[in-house]
Design a protein around this ligand. Structure first.
Ligand code: ADP
Ligand code: ASP
Ligand code: MG
Length: 457
């Protein structure tokens, strides 16, 4: 059995729905048992964010206009697929709930993260219904499910953690009766519910993670992430136009890249699948015969100095240890406790006797409070508009001489100064912090010199 996940990039048009149909037909022709999870139609989650914001600012006319636009996006695709009436009937209740929510936000002038999570889950509630109706017209036996059986821990409305025990047993209970009768489930990606039944999101791009959750719950070893590129690439194709496809990549290498910004896969997806002895594949919906990328525990040996590069925007903070009477270990202890309490994750850290520098992801709702409390621990200065560039080598690079030297030579060729640097002991990931404005040229240069230019270590 396989879990297939179709992202927003694969769900944006009638044409892409036809590609999905072909992919499913070919799986069925090959006798594969499958289940599906999907994102919202391309761009709809962002439109829902904008919609909630307009309602919150009491921009009534604009909110109604956007509400109608969201409806139109779905109904236009449905019309092209000749299922408009069925989709209108099936989504009537959802659209009326969405309209009520808009009025509620306007009236109460409140748009909490709880309401936001519920509102954003509508993208997937709508898209899975549309796809289900379409596939039924193609004589595929499918059943739509809302992911109410994915139980989250209730820690964060927008980026929650999974409660695995309850989720695993609920998935089996809900889904197996259908798969055992050869009915293909189509399950909303991106969200689950807490113990009170409130919708909780799994973070932006979280439908990939939904696929992993379903695979673990049903003990399925193969997860296919269907998107709009031919696989995991050696760099973000928006930065390096001719980035290479990586046919096979180790899970640690892929995890580092995804954690540090490779948008192709939600960073939490890989680990549960690999721990369950499975594989994650990245495949192109629009070119399904392309083999794609396999992410696996035991990747083939590679002798390239660098296999891929990613980047992530961060804030950089430097604590001035000489300005406090506290010893370094006390300062570190307090900073880690604060970051845990405020759920501000430290992405990178460098220590010396006089200073502690670290990078964190900007988080609008929690950041100022974090800084205020941090100031009570130790004086610091703060640099904005910085990015971590994550340069990943295969595990075979360990002990090889000169890779870091070549990376730094490339950076100096770009005439860019480095704010921070770190390398983990496995030598897989080298992290450098530069001004965000310099990220593109640094990545392009490292790619040119170390991914394309040099063939082997
Ligand atoms: P989906 O809607 O299918 O989930 P995403 O937009 O979330 O698609 O992810 C796919 C996109 O990720 C690609 O179109 C590409 O622009 C971007 N991307 C960034 N880094 C990489 C990388 N290293 N390999 C492949 N794609 C990448
Ligand atoms: N629709 C959600 C988002 O845009 C989840 C996903 O695409 O995976 O973040
Ligand atoms: Mg995605």
């Amino acid at each position: 059995m396989k879990v297939l996940k179709f992202g927003g990039t694969s769900m944006g048009s009638a044409e892409s729905m036809n590609f999905i149909n072909e992919i499913i037909q070919s799986n069925l022709d090959n006798g594969e048992e499958i289940l599906l999870t999907c994102s919202a139609l391309g761009g709809v989650t962002n439109t829902l964010i904008e919609f909630g914001g307009l309602a919150y600012s009491a921009k009534i006319e604009e909110s109604i206009l956007l509400f109608n636009q969201i409806k139109k996006i779905h109904f236009d695709i449905a019309a092209e697929l000749k299922i408009r009436l069925e989709v209108e009937i099936e989504t009537e209740e959802l659209f009326s709930a969405l309209y009520d929510m808009m009025q509620g936000i306007i009236l109460i002038k409140e748009f909490s993260n709880r309401s936001r999570a519920y509102l954003l889950s509508f993208g997937e509630r709508l898209s899975t219904r549309l796809l289900t109706i379409f596939l039924k017209t193609k004589k595929i036996d499918v059943q739509q499910f809302d992911s109410d059986f994915i139980r989250t821990k209730g820690l964060d409305y927008l980026k929650d953690e999974v409660d695995w025990d309850i989720t695993n047993s609920q998935i089996k209970e809900t889904i197996l009766p259908f798969t055992s009768r050869n009915i293909i489930p189509i399950i909303t990606g991106f969200w689950g519910v807490d113990s009170e039944g409130a919708t909780r999101l799994l973070g932006r791009g979280g439908s990939d993670y939904s696929a992993a959750i379903l695979a673990v719950g049903l003990n399925i070893s193969k997860v296919e992430i269907w998107t709009d590129v031919n696989g995991f690439l050696s760099a973000d194709p928006r930065i390096v136009k001719d980035a290479n496809i990586i046919n096979e990549i180790g899970f640690q290498e892929a995890s580092e890249l995804c954690f540090f910004g490779a948008k192709v896969l939600h960073p939490k997806t890989i680990r549960p699948v690999i721990e369950n002895k499975g594989e994650v594949w990245i495949k192109n919906t629009f070119s399904p015969n392309n083999i794609g990328t396999k992410i696996t525990k035991f990747a083939k040996e590679s002798h390239k100095p660098v296999i891929s590069i990613s980047s992530k925007e961060v804030e950089m903070i430097t604590l001035d240890l000489f300005a406090t009477s506290k010893v370094k270990s006390v300062v570190l202890d307090e900073v880690f406790q604060l970051s845990y309490q405020k759920e501000i994750h430290i992405d990178m850290l460098a220590l010396s006797e006089a200073q502690v520098s670290f990078c964190i992801e900007y988080n609008q709702s929690k950041f100022q409070d974090f800084l205020d409390k941090l100031y009570k621990i130790c004086p610091f200065y703060h640099k904005t508009n910085r990015s971590i560039i994550c340069i990943v080598s295969p595990k075979e690079v360990k002990g090889q001489i000169g890779v870091a030297g070549k990376i730094f030579a490339s950076i100096s060729e770009s005439n860019v100064s480095v704010d921070m640097y770190s390398q983990n002991a496995s030598e897989i990931a080298q992290l450098v912090v530069v001004k965000t404005i310099d990220t593109k040229k640094v990545i392009q240069n490292i790619h040119e010199n170390l991914v394309v230019g040099i063939q082997a270590i």
